[in-house]
Design a protein around this ligand. Structure first.
Ligand code: GUN
Length: 294
């Protein structure tokens, strides 16, 4: 049976390291790092994520603020707030929780965030810096996955990594990170997506499969070679008769079929999910220490 990758444990460890660094900053006479989250509307999943981000800030000794807007807020009003936050010297970094209501352009909002405060790493300048191998904020999910591979000492050098899904937030930055000339990467990368022909031919070649396609149970046992490392980014809500709520969370990987073939696999929940907050806090610490932008 495979080693189950415990994202909760790794996330806790990173949070402890961050908390220790915050103590050092305070001892050195600096203020606490300050992260703000902007939440528009009442989407239950977004509210849960944002609450969890805020709660974890408190845990590691950061200051946090929640800026809430009604879902009818205009794009102009939101952009005005972003402008204010860009100029607020007491704020190290902030995120605008996505998705936004349809009448607001997400791209406009992403580009309005000052790159030095863009701890989500979504601004084109920060994505460009990632591509060019310059210091940057790496978006939370890909950064979290790299931490998991590092923690479990998973060999990546020269390995074949197949990423499934090419979203701006996960698949695309993930493929770039895994191909980098660094000790934690150096993979040969194949980026597969909805138009890929014969997907299984690609995935069967993979030493490392990273599934970020957003379709429940998409990766099946016959698609994975013996001994592969499988990282499941999916968080899909499906109806279930097994739970009181009538829903359960499943990944992009059909776990029961795939796990017996793997050397390592992430469960859902408890694999990649808990790592994203740890990554966001790491980026905020980098922002507070002005390590990316002087
Ligand atoms: N929505 C889903 N994931 C994310 C994320 O990492 N950051 C933001 N801002 N919104 C999201």
């Amino acid at each position: 049976m495979p080693t189950l990758i415990n994202g909760k444990e790794v996330s806790e460890k990173i949070q402890q390291e961050i908390a220790a660094e915050v103590e050092q900053l305070i001892k050195a006479g600096k203020r606490k790092p300050h992260l703000a989250a902007v939440l528009v509307g009442n989407d239950p999943a977004s509210q849960t994520y944002v609450n969890s981000k805020i709660k974890t800030c408190e845990k590691v000794g950061f200051t946090s603020s929640l800026v809430r807007f009604d879902e009818n807020v205009t794009e102009t009003e939101l952009l005005k707030k972003i402008e204010e936050m860009n100029e607020d010297a007491g704020l190290d970094g902030y995120i605008v929780q996505l998705p936004l209501p349809k009448h607001i352009s997400e791209q406009k909002v992403i580009e309005a965030v000052k790159p030095s405060k863009d701890v989500d790493g979504f601004h084109p300048i920060n994505v460009g810096r990632l591509v060019l191998n310059l210091p940057t904020y790496i978006s939370a999910t890909p950064y979290g996955i790299v931490h998991l591979l590092e923690y479990y000492k998973i060999e990546t050098q020269g390995k074949h990594c197949v990423v499934i899904g090419r979203s701006n937030i996960v698949g695309t930055p993930m493929s770039i990170l895994m191909a980098k000339n660094t000790p934690l990467a150096n993979c040969t990368v194949t980026l597969c997506h909805s138009k890929t022909k014969n997907l299984k031919e690609h995935t069967l070649q993979a030493d490392i499969v990273i599934a970020a396609i957003g379709r429940p149970n998409f990766v099946t046992g016959d698609m994975v070679k013996q001994g592969a490392v499988v990282i499941d980014v999916g968080i899909n809500r499906v109806t279930s008769t097994e739970t009181k709520s009538g829903f359960k969370l499943v990944g992009d990987v059909k776990f029961d079929e795939v796990a017996p073939k793997c050397s390592f696999i992430t469960p859902v929940p408890g694999g990649v999910g808990p790592m994203t907050i740890a990554s966001l806090l790491k980026n905020t610490l980098l922002a507070a220490k002005k390590e990316i932008y002087k």
